[in-house]
Design a protein around this ligand. Structure first.
Ligand code: ADP
Ligand code: MG
Length: 487
């Protein structure tokens, strides 16, 4: 199974990408419904998790429909296995093989390896050839050429973020009005797509030729490697002269030394009016693990939240994906009726929608007459997950209140007696872990409390859970009650 999987993945991503990221992927174990794969480093794990997990899952599911889930583990025995520790010392940091040279790259800029734009068979031809003709000096994490403004679906949930992103891409280095621009949202709602759309647009323009797009993890890895190799100075030198810095998944930036470096870079760029764009899964003030100086600089710009796309947007995303797929295979078609059904039922994120779509077109190739019932069967894990995840804060409050024998009114009241404070904190914690709501939003729903109160509650309960097994069981029970209530 694993060999068939590897061959398929290689065919889909191309041998260069495969060698860079999947060369050291191994099979760890297979149970009835869960496949576990392992990689040597945390960096690779999150890289693959963030960018390829859906694709990997779809391939496995196509091989064996019993498989529901794929997990990536880090196979190093000790320290590297814990994702929450400080930044790992350089020798543990993975150094993926750079993709083999192609005509348009990679080149060396200073000491930074440049990566070619990832080969993407589904890329619209006109755009990718335009880019290949005049590629700007781009380095950092690889860009996906499908992630452009053209392929980004606009709607009420992302209109403001999109407008800001476009302004930056069009106005070039002079768009200091949004500096830094900070985009945040739950997972799979289009942050990476939007950031790369800016990068892809800027790379092709003459106004901001020197663009750096990096995930925070890639930044850490690059600096850790440079420090190990006594090369940090050259790296910093080469980052001085850029026009646009884009950092994705900011919540992963860790480690004192690295944050310090990042802080210098940020100050230097902002002070010389160079554009900075950052994305994270939470608002700047919620990035607790960040150096306070970095956090405050990030708060000095504009923060925009993206929300869950509505039905029309989801339908449109599926339509566009189909169009793209049809460029490769004109015979491919999926009736609107089915797309609409999927858009209605897979409601959490662009990522799940993408997974659903991949599965659909794959199935379609040997089951040309897909019925709605069959689609439901195939997507049961996504649809089910979607339903279960639409937990309401009101239900959490009700269930927690009942469990601790207090009233819901008391839970959201100002009372601070112990019997109420603890259940209140638990309810806040569950609201944060079971719903996509932000800290400020949860604060509002708990009697207009400040977001820092919620933050404090979540941290407190997390701490308690790790040392108090009785409480952790209690919370598991509450989660079950809430999920059952929702089933
Ligand atoms: P995030 O970085 O917020 O986790 P991504 O940008 O990786 O989310 O989006 C996940 C998938 O959903 C990607 O394939 C992306 O192209 C797609 N997607 C999300 N939002 C949109 C949108 N508004 N228009 C088109 N595709 C979208
Ligand atoms: Mg992302």
């Amino acid at each position: 199974l694993f060999e068939r999987f590897s061959a398929r993945l290689k065919a889909q991503v191309g041998p260069e990408v495969y060698a860079s990221w999947f060369g050291r992927l191994k099979l760890h174990s297979i149970s009835k419904s869960v496949v576990r794969l392992s990689v040597p480093t945390t960096f690779l794990k999150s890289w693959i998790n963030n960018r390829y997990l859906d694709q990997i899952t779809t391939i496995f599911q196509a091989e064996d429909s019993e498989i529901l889930k794929v997990e990536i583990l880090v196979r190093t025995a000790s320290r590297a296995a814990r994702p929450t520790t400080e930044v790992r010392a350089a020798p543990q940091v993975d150094v993926p093989a750079a993709p083999a040279p192609r005509r348009s790259g990679p080149r060396e800029i200073g000491q930074i390896a440049t990566f070619p734009v990832q080969p993407q068979p589904a890329a619209p031809v006109a755009q990718s050839s335009a880019r290949n003709a005049a590629p700007g000096p781009l380095f950092g994490s690889p860009l996906d050429s499908r992630y452009t403004f053209d392929t980004f679906v606009e709607g009420p949930s992302n209109r403001v973020a999109l407008a800001a992103a476009r302004t930056i891409a069009e106005a070039g280095a002079s768009a200091v009005r949004f500096n830094p621009l900070f985009i945040h949202s739950g997972v799979g709602l289009g942050k990476t797509h939007l950031l790369q759309a800016i990068a892809n647009a800027a790379v092709g323009s003459s106004r901001m030729p020197r663009v750096v797009y990096l995930t925070a993890e890639y930044f850490m890895w690059r600096f850790a490697t440079a420090i190990r190799d006594n090369d940090a100075l050259t790296l910093k030198e080469s980052l001085r002269n850029i026009d646009l810095l884009i950092i994705d998944d900011m919540q992963f930036l860790q480690g004192k030394m690295i944050q310090n470096e990042f802080c210098h870079l940020l100050n230097m760029l902002l002070d010389s009016a160079k554009q900075v764009v950052v994305a994270a899964d939470r608002a700047p003030w919620e990035l607790e693990s960040l150096d306070p100086r970095v956090r405050s600089r990030l708060q000095g710009g504009v923060a925009i939240e993206m929300e869950i796309p509505d039905y029309e947007m989801r339908f449109e995303m599926l339509k566009r994906r189909l169009e793209m797929a049809r460029q490769d295979d004109p015979a491919l078609d999926i009736p609107d009726e089915i797309l609409s059904h999927v858009a209605r039922n897979v409601a959490n994120s662009g990522r799940e929608l993408e997974g659903a779509f991949n599965q659909l077109i794959f199935r379609r190739s040997f089951e040309p007459e897909l019925s709605i019932e069959r689609v439901d069967e195939l997507l049961a894990h996504l649809v089910g997950a979607g339903e279960a995840k639409r937990v309401r804060i009101e239900d959490i409050q009700r269930i927690v209140a009942r469990h601790y024998n207090v009233s819901r009114q008391e839970l959201v009241s100002n009372r601070r007696t112990r019997v109420i404070v603890k259940p209140r904190q638990i309810a806040m914690y569950l609201s944060k872990t079971l719903t996509p709501r932000s800290f400020p939003e949860i604060g509002r729903r708990f009697g207009g409390r400040d977001h820092t109160t919620v933050l404090h509650a979540v941290r407190k309960i997390e701490e308690l859970i790790s040392e108090d097994t009785k409480l952790s069981h209690e919370i598991e029970l509450l989660k079950r009650l809430i999920n059952e209530n929702n089933a």
